[in-house]
Ligand binder design. Structure first.
Ligand code: ZN
Length: 476
């Protein structure tokens, strides 16, 4: 038992997948030539007036509903003042004392135990642009300026890096299932700041916290929090103090480094934005939007566990991505669900890892009907499970029907006794001592013979038939 306990709260920025930016009609689109999606509003020119994007408000409310928040049907945009070159107006439009959503919670699962994590608030804000630092000069790209974000602020309810990652994955599942975020973490669509402090185990007062900025993968969140906890522990054990500051995680060196002292809310001189009316949401909108909440990952996971009989951690692989869950569900409607799941969790995940790709059906040509057909040809005994695994990569890439692939590659299992007898005889003849021992009752050797015969048939012999033939010939 460690003498210290970690206290972790997360602030997650989710980029909303709207067609245009939050306060202007510029395209909300990643990857264009610098400064091509910019107008007077998102460039912060004096006198340009913002107009809120209704779809962004709609999406933010969906996030609030799916995280069990209270939705404030009247909320207020506020200016958060600070100076930085990628923020030409000198203030970010955010929400302060009247955010859109408050007092929510989501349930995470770590090591088979459920735990509720409180959501303090969810507010809307626009993103800043991007500074690009070259060797001799720095430049600013404002394409991202004005992109709609929701910031989801948790209560400091997490006690370990594992809980923090579980929380993030749960939240990620929710926003991608809702379809309000494209979930592209490399492009920054889903990013997180972590507030980390430690305190003597059993204490109820909070220690001094540091904020880890913009950690952009689940793996790095885990590592960043772990090294920060260890760093704070070393400080306290050496009789030193933790300084309240913002730190950056360096993934290459696996350390956190001081970036700047932490601002307090009053440093930002928040005040209601005089250019924007309060956001109001009618009862009718609330009712309609409530109806739009789809089945979320947790409910789908419970259903898949029942459907496949798989333990939860394995079935979780099927629901982590909505497209994959849809793909599984379609195939499972046409073949044995457990076996369909096994192909996804086994060879399909391995293929994704080997190619460094996300586990989503869009990366390959195989259809759900193809996968179901593969399960069915194995079930019928046309090919062995081993051969199905061997050819899985080809089927994934080509999208070829398993049936026609098996025919064109002459892979069909040999289920005809006369075709197998010769092979069985050969293997018996090559292993006279073992054959004699098996005849005398040493049934442990059955596996040895079946293995030899399978190899001699290049995996195509029907194992049940091989067993029958051995029994006939060696009379055990
Ligand atoms: Zn614009």
């Amino acid at each position: 038992m460690s003498a210290y306990e970690a206290v972790i709260g997360l602030e997650v920025h989710v980029q909303l997948k709207t067609a245009s930016k939050l306060f202007c009609s510029c395209p909300n689109h990643f990857g264009a030539e610098p400064n091509t999606h910019v107008c007077e509003v998102c460039a912060g020119l004096p006198g340009a007036l913002p107009l809120p994007n209704h779809q962004a408000i709609h999406y933010a409310v969906l996030v609030g509903l799916a995280t069990n928040c209270q939705i404030n049907q009247r909320s207020v945009f506020a200016r958060k003042n600070y100076f930085y070159p990628d923020l030409p107006s000198g203030y970010q439009i955010s929400q302060f004392d009247l955010p859109l959503c408050e007092h929510g919670k989501i349930t995470i699962s770590v090591g088979g135990h459920d735990k509720d994590i409180g959501i303090t608030r969810i507010h809307m804000e626009n993103d800043a642009g991007k500074n690009i630092h070259g060797d001799n000069a720095s430049s600013v790209d404002l394409n991202r300026a004005g992109t709609p974000l929701v910031e989801i602020v948790s209560e400091p309810d997490m006690r370990s890096a594992e809980e923090a990652v579980s929380y993030l994955k749960t939240l990620y599942g929710i926003v991608t299932y809702l379809g309000v975020c494209d979930g592209n973490m490399e492009e920054g669509s889903f990013r997180c700041d972590a507030n980390v402090s430690i305190r003597p185990a059993g204490s109820t007062t909070l220690g001094t916290r540091t904020e880890l900025k913009n950690v952009n993968s689940f793996r790095n969140v885990q590592r960043a929090i772990e090294v920060e906890i260890a760093r704070q522990q070393d400080l306290l054990e050496d009789g030193e103090c933790v300084v309240q500051e913002t730190r950056l995680y360096d993934a290459e060196r696996n350390i956190t480094q001081a970036m700047r002292s932490k601002e307090e809310a009053h440093d930002y001189r928040y005040f209601p934005d005089p250019d924007l009316l309060p956001v109001t949401i009618s009862d009718r909108e609330m009712e309609a939007w409530r109806q739009e909440i789809p089945e979320l990952p947790k409910a789908r996971l419970a259903r898949f566990v029942t459907l496949t009989g798989l333990p939860e951690p394995e079935a979780e692989i099927l629901v982590q991505n909505k497209d994959l869950a849809d793909f599984f569900e379609e195939a499972a409607g046409l073949a044995n669900a457990r076996k369909v799941a096994n192909f996804i969790i086994g060879p399909m995940s391995r293929e994704a890892n080997a190619q460094g790709l996300a586990l989503t059906p869009h990366n390959w040509s195989m259809t759900a009907a193809n996968l179901a057909e593969l399960v069915n040809v194995v079930d019928k005994g046309s090919i062995s499970n081993k051969i199905a695994n061997d050819i899985f990569g080809d089927l994934l890439r080509t999208g070829e029907s398993p049936q026609s692939y098996i025919e064109s590659h002459k892979l069909a299992q040999i289920s005809d006794a006369s075709a197998l007898e010769g092979l069985v005889d050969e293997v018996i003849k090559a292993n006279p001592k073992e054959a004699e021992a098996l005849s005398a009752g040493k049934t442990k050797l059955v596996g040895f013979f079946v293995g030899q015969i399978m190899r001699a048939s290049k995996g195509k012999a029907n194992p049940a038939l091989v067993n029958d033939l051995l029994k006939q010939k060696l009379k055990f």
